[in-house]
Design a protein around this ligand. Sequence first.
Ligand SMILES: [Zn+2]
Length: 571
Amino acid sequence: MNVRLFVRCLAGVFLAAVAAACSNESAQPQQSTSARPQAQSVPAARIDASTILDRIKVLSSDEYEGRAPGTTGEDLTVRYLEEQFKKLGLKPGNTDSTYIQNVPLVGITASNTQPLTIAKGAAKQTFKWSDEVVAWTKHVAPSASIKDSDVIFAGYGVVAPEFNWNDFKDVDVKGKTIIVLVNDPQIPDPADPAKLDPKTFNGSAMTYYGRWTYKFEEGARKGAAAILIVHETGPAGYPFSVVQGNLREKFDLVTPDKNMGRAAIEGWITLDAAKQILRMGGEDFDALKKQALTREFRPVPLNLKASMGLSNKMRTLDSRNVVAKLEGSDQSLKDEYVVYTAHWDHLGIGAPVNGDKIYNGALDNASGVSQLLEIARAFTQAQPQPKRSILFVMVTAEEQGLLGSQYYSVTPIYPLAKTLANINIDGINQWGRTKDITVIGMGASDLDDYLREAAAQQGRTLRPDPEPEKGFYYRSDHFNFAKQGVPALYTDVGVEFVGKPAEYSKQKRDEYTNKDYHAPSDEVKPDWDLAGAVEDAQLLYAVGYRVANADKFPEWKPGNEFRAKREEMLK
Ligand SMILES: [Zn+2]
């Protein structure tokens, strides 16, 4: 679960303008004419709060050691989930008749054997590891390095055909070291320069092109040897100290090419380091940054050579996604799937806080797993049974970089072209009933229409993510499905709590963020009230049920960055 600092719309209800900007109505995406949810009845789902709570208590108990991949905690968790699936009468989700999809992981701890050195002829400048440069490699190899690699400034490092944007043009960066800016290009709105252009990179909302993971992927596609992102606190959304967290062991999937298709070196440099490097190349950072905000931008060769060396400490381990299936009731549709996900892993045992070293992860994400098991139970009892099959995937290694869901989405058990949707749960509402439900990335796909209709039947409304600039849509497991083209839905706790003052939501959320998020104290609390989680479970169940019975596949909305990929897949 990702912490969101809660500057919720409610804070502004007194200002008519703000209230209008925040209201659900004004934020509704245009209705798609292609795949409106059909009016159809969904069998009622009995969801039991005490069962959810009991499961959370088991999974977040000290015995489970905080459920880190590759530990006794994993063994216990996997066994528990298999048992629960069997008890519910769900079939093994894998085609080998097991409930297991193995996820091969590699843990790499990089150390710096040769610092980043930039040379201009005989003149050389060396940059300090960790203080000025944080880098790693995804290569599953004992070492990685660059030597006398040409340095090029590549703007935002973005290729986005739907925005008619290509920072690389025809410039070959193969084997070179590229320096790129963080976030997506912040283009002023021609109608109002105080705002960002909603038509280019979705205004202030972050697109995937703004995520740092994207920069490394695009750079690798272009064949760059090293990709260095310039860290700026504002556009990154966090200080350099957060980047330095990348120096601890990093997990990754083991791909058939041992990740040799990635750049040899991926990393970050401080803003100061970037300015110095550009100055050595006879360029000015601010001037280049300005150029980079135009479609005419071309990569700028700096006439510099970069060298750097890393040495890797590696270990491999097999972790597991736990998968169960409810077979569809319609012979002609049962080979099509709705996939639910919730990550079972958490941080394991770590640095003690107040004498407690077990990071129990009760909310993050024992709660989502437990809620999803209740949704699974509701599906097994639904009469009539859904026409298409429902897959329940409890994924591993979310906390290590969404790896379990990545593995499923690139090595799916059932074809993604036959997968209608992903519905992901990461954290549940433990603070009571709400009148609304938050949709992260609202307006992305037809799934919002399904959700809106189901919510209306509960007398509830949808609320857009109040902080779209932080790119939360790209930060939990559903994103891996989206990236491959599968429409994905990710909701969060609502804001308007029934019978509670307006500030209640922010207060509870801040409490969690400050005290319990990724801390050993993320444990079951005596005051938890899962009545809201019950309603949310019924909602997410209803969406999945409707999609499973619909006449059409849900689609991405026009203009969405994943739409082209889906269309390609379904051709
Ligand atoms: Zn989580």
